[in-house]
Every structure is written in C-alpha cells, then in structure tokens.
Design a protein around this ligand. Structure first.
Ligand code: AHG
Ligand code: MN
Ligand code: MN
Ligand code: MN
Length: 336
C-alpha cells in the first residue's frame, strides 16, 4: 500500500483567479481579484455565523419584511449587512443590489470602484432553522463605459456579467465561481481560512437522472410543465427519474451542476412570473450553468438574454443538463 504525501502546492481561489487574470494580460488590473477577495471574506464570515447560529441566538425571524413581502430571518439581515459593509469597503464597487434591500445602493465617490454586485445574501432562508444547506449567490457587472454607477448598470442582460458564483454552506463551505471561462469549485479549508481548488472545470453531464421541482405546486402548473413531469415519471422506455428537492436554490443547483438532471421553478397560475429573482438568483445560476455546458431557459427563451426592467423582478427557471432542459423546451413548443 503506497500513500501519497499531502500536497505542498495548494491552489487557492485567489491564486487561481490571479493566474487567470495574468493570462488576460494588459486588460486585467487585478481589481476583479480584489473584489473576489472581499467576497471570499464575506463567505467565511457568513459561514461561521451559520455554523454558530443555534448557539448565538441567530435562528428565527428578524421582525421585518423585505420588499418581496417575505419575513426576514435574522441570518438574512446579518448576511446582507456583512456583504454591504465588505463590498463597500473593498473600494471596488459602484452599485450594489441585494434581495434584502428595497433599492440599489449607489456607492459614494470616496469608495467607488468599477464593479456592480447583485446578490442574494442568504439563499434558502426557510431551511436555516433545520440546519439544511443554504448559501449566498452573487453576480458581477462592470459599469458601462463612462458611467459612475447608476441603476442602469445592473438593468442589463445576464450574459453581460463578468463573473458569477455562489457559496454553499453545508458540511463544508463550497464556493463555485465562473469568470467567463468555465466553472471552478473551491472548498474552504477552515484551518487555513482559504478556499482551495477542489472541483476544477466543472462540466454538467449532458443528461441526468434527477428532477428537482416543488411538486407541491402541481395544481397550479401549466400544461407544458405537467406534461414534461409526466414524461419523466412515466417514461415509455427506460427508468423514471429520481426526485430531489431541497428548497435552497444553491443546494439544488449545486447538485445539478455535479450530478446533472434538471432544476425547475416555473411560472404557474399562482406565481405568474415564477418565484426566483432574475438579477441575483436566475442570472448567476444561468451564467454558471451555461459555463458548465448546460442550458438555462424560461421554457421559451434563454435566461441570460432577458433585459431586466426592475431590480427585484422574477422569472421562470429551468436549468441543468443540456438534453434534459431541451426536453422541457419541446413541451413548450408543442403544448403551449
Ligand atoms: P430566499 O431564501 O433567498 O428567499 O430564496 C428562496 C428560494 C430558493 O432558494 C428556492 O429555490 C426557492 O425559494 C424555494 O421555494 P419553495 O419553498 O416555494 O419551493
Ligand atoms: Mn428571501
Ligand atoms: Mn434565494
Ligand atoms: Mn435570500
């Protein structure tokens, strides 16, 4: 039995992104690397609070309602504050949009940088108190040429993002990131306090065996969704798909990226525009999905092509393995 000695050459997230930027040559200023460093710090900070939540009285409601009418959990508010403070202080941001804030924050001149960050500080709030996986989702735009940072800089299609990612707080903290040339996954080494490259070049299998929908909404679903779900549960040949639904988008998408299959949160008779928010949920996850070789659609159009008209707007989402998502799109063509 031969045992490999532990590696003495760790690839940290910062090292990895810096290498990427160096390859880009003159165009890269290192600013994106610095911004990503700030985001990593927020993830570590949120991760430690998630771990301690039960012990330091961080479970339960904060007592306020956000702009979407959801009751905020204490961890929603804390995570939002952690992100706003760190992103402002980084000196690299111009506009911030958070699920938990009614309006965009326009960063004052003293701290202003060239990036806009849209984020869901704590995704999967309903799972917090049960200790189920939750996460943080973010997308990054560069301000338009000559802009000092206005809301117009974030009311742009997702395909114009320069980077997107999420951190999932689970048995370990996993940060999954794309800066536009593939997707990489990093795991927090808590002793080192560094995210280490553990999942290089993530590619979604072209077809999976898992579907991930909240089927409790079945009575509201439109015909294409009902027909699609029937087709994978009662296939004419082969085996039916397995169901997995955590109810934290971060965790459901993470599994979909690694194992393949389809995640869906459609619009329906009750949620006329779907539930997930375009800017800080659908766009970053669609960006990662496409960068991993998958497809992300509303059923009829590419998510990353949508031009947002307001910062908290919602959109239907189907994403995952190319062949699985194309199957659901066929039902939208034939059973409108
Ligand atoms: P958030 O906790 O940030 O408000 O997001 C909740 C979202 C998302 O995480 C998840 O995919 C979806 O809501 C689950 O919704 P249902 O409980 O309706 O299934
Ligand atoms: Mn919420
Ligand atoms: Mn969310
Ligand atoms: Mn949230």
């Amino acid at each position: 039995l031969t045992e490999e000695p532990p590696s003495t050459d760790l690839i940290t997230l910062t090292r990895h992104v810096l290498n990427d930027q160096l390859r880009l040559g003159a165009a890269a200023t290192g600013d994106l690397t610095l911004l990503l460093t700030a985001i990593q710090v927020t993830s570590k900070f949120i991760a430690t609070n998630v771990r301690k939540a039960r012990l330091i009285n961080l479970v339960g409601l904060a007592g306020e309602t956000n702009v979407q009418g959801e009751e905020q959990k204490k961890l929603d508010v804390l995570s939002n504050d952690i992100m706003v403070n760190a992103l402002r202080a980084s000196g690299k941001t111009a506009v911030l949009v958070s699920e938990e804030l009614d309006n965009a924050i326009i960063i004052e001149e003293r701290y202003r940088g060239k990036y806009c960050v849209v984020f869901d500080p704590l995704d999967g709030s309903s799972n917090i108190d049960a200790g189920v996986n939750i996460g943080t989702i973010f997308g990054i735009y560069e301000v338009r040429p000559d802009s000092k940072g206005t809301i117009e800089d974030v009311l742009r299609p997702g395909c114009e993002m320069v980077a997107a990612g999420y951190t999932m707080y689970g048995s370990s903290a996993n940060l999954v990131l794309s800066t536009g040339s593939g997707v990489n996954g990093y795991t927090l080494d808590a002793a080192l306090g560094e995210f280490i490259l553990t999942h290089p070049d993530i590619k979604i299998p072209p077809r999976g065996k898992i579907y991930s929908f909240n089927e409790g909404n079945s009575m509201y679903f439109y015909p294409p969704v009902t027909a699609y779900l029937k087709s994978i549960k009662y296939p004419s040949t082969g085996n039916p798909y397995s169901a997995r639904y955590i109810g934290s988008m971060v965790a459901d998408v993470h599994r979909t990226l690694l194992y393949g299959g389809i995640f869906g949160y459609p619009d329906d008779r009750k949620s006329k525009k779907g539930k997930l928010r375009l800017l800080y949920e659908a766009f970053p996850m669609a960006f990662l999905t496409e960068q991993a070789g998958g497809v992300a659609t509303t059923g009829t159009k590419r998510i990353l092509d949508i031009v947002p008209t307001s910062i908290h707007e919602r959109c239907p989402v189907f994403l995952g393995s190319k062949d699985d998502v194309k199957d659901v799109m066929k039902f939208y063509e034939t059973e409108p």
